[in-house]
Design a binder for this molecule. Structure first.
Ligand code: SIN
Length: 312
């Protein structure tokens, strides 16, 4: 690589994109996070005019994502984004918590350059692996000069960090942006941009993130038929700092659970209301006793509340 050549950096964290099965026909019985970033990038050209550099940040199944990996990943993103010759970053990641990591990175980096998360629904050993095309498309987004901020590239579609959700457990087109819709498509390495690139302010600087052991404990509870308050009471007793309730419909909560949440709130626990519905957003109303989480899904509201509590 020549000095000052434009670069795209690929930060690998594991997932199915790096998964291996015993046979090419097996798309289910594989182990995630087996092959390294060098192998992921082997044979991939990337966009013209860019050198591609790989770094292994973690090697995990993303169901096991933790705050330590998040902090390290955010720090490595910040490091590379600060290099003038780096046009953008691609993060390879398991699909299961990709939307959480995307939201977290946007909240702590809000980068002007693109940080593009991608992965795969089929392991690298699959006869029809989707990882290589997703990675090639993610590199195209990172080098396009059109993208900004944290986004997810999957199955030829670019989703914003705030809106993206994994909506299917098997199909290769596993992600959607709900009401907001996709930001762009990637077609033969070119972006077709559909709407304004989502932006957001940094709500917590990477450098200020405390040691992961100090991150405030925020849990998610769900409202459903027969819900009660015992779980909430146990969590409060155990020192929880925040609670996100996945409510029904427009964030309504079973009266028994609501009573326990109001009690927790009066004891200083921060409570946020979200919805179990896959689409739409909780619309706040005058007189709400439990504040709504600004249209976030339960898992993203939890991250937002953790970061809010860290800033206090
Ligand atoms: C994971 O999330 O690491 C495993 C599942 C996947 O990547 O699709």
């Amino acid at each position: 690589m020549q000095a000052h050549e434009r670069r795209i950096v690929v930060l690998a964290t594991g997932g199915t994109i790096a998964g291996q099965a015993a046979s090419a026909g097996d798309n289910l019985g594989y182990r995630a996070a087996q092959i390294g970033v060098g192998q992921l990038l082997a044979g991939l050209a990337g966009p013209a005019g860019f050198a591609i550099e790989g770094e292994q940040v973690a090697q995990i199944d993303s169901k096991d994502m933790d705050f330590g990996v998040w902090r390290t990943l955010a720090q490595r993103c910040a490091h590379w984004l600060a290099q003038e010759e780096v046009a953008g970053i691609v993060v390879t990641h398991g699909t299961d918590t990709m939307e959480e990591t995307a939201f977290f990175l946007q909240a702590v980096l809000a980068p002007a350059k693109p940080v593009v998360l991608t992965g795969a629904m089929r392991p690298a050993t699959s006869v029809a692996a989707d990882g290589p095309q997703n990675l090639a498309d993610a590199l195209a987004v990172a080098g396009s000069g059109q993208a900004r901020g944290v986004c997810v590239l999957f199955a030829g579609t670019v989703h914003g960090a705030r809106d993206v959700q994994k909506v299917h457990g098997y199909r290769v087109d596993a992600f959607a942006s709900g009401d907001a819709g996709a930001v762009a498509y990637v077609e033969e390495g070119r972006l077709r941009v559909l709407r304004a690139w989502p932006e957001g302010a940094t709500v917590q600087a990477v450098q200020a993130l405390p040691d992961p052991a100090q991150w405030p404990r925020v849990e998610i509870v769900s409202s459903h038929a027969g819900a009660g308050g015992a779980f909430v009471q146990a969590l409060v007793k155990d020192g929880v700092r925040g609670l996100v309730v996945a409510g029904t419909g427009n964030g309504t909560v079973h009266q028994a659970l609501e009573a326990a949440l109001l009690q927790a709130q009066s004891q200083g626990v921060a409570v946020r209301r979200t919805s179990r519905c896959l689409q739409g957003r909780v619309l706040p109303h005058a007189g709400d006793r439990l504040p709504a989480a600004e249209g976030l899904t339960p898992v993203k509201a939890r991250i937002a509340l953790m970061l809010e509590l860290m800033g206090r």
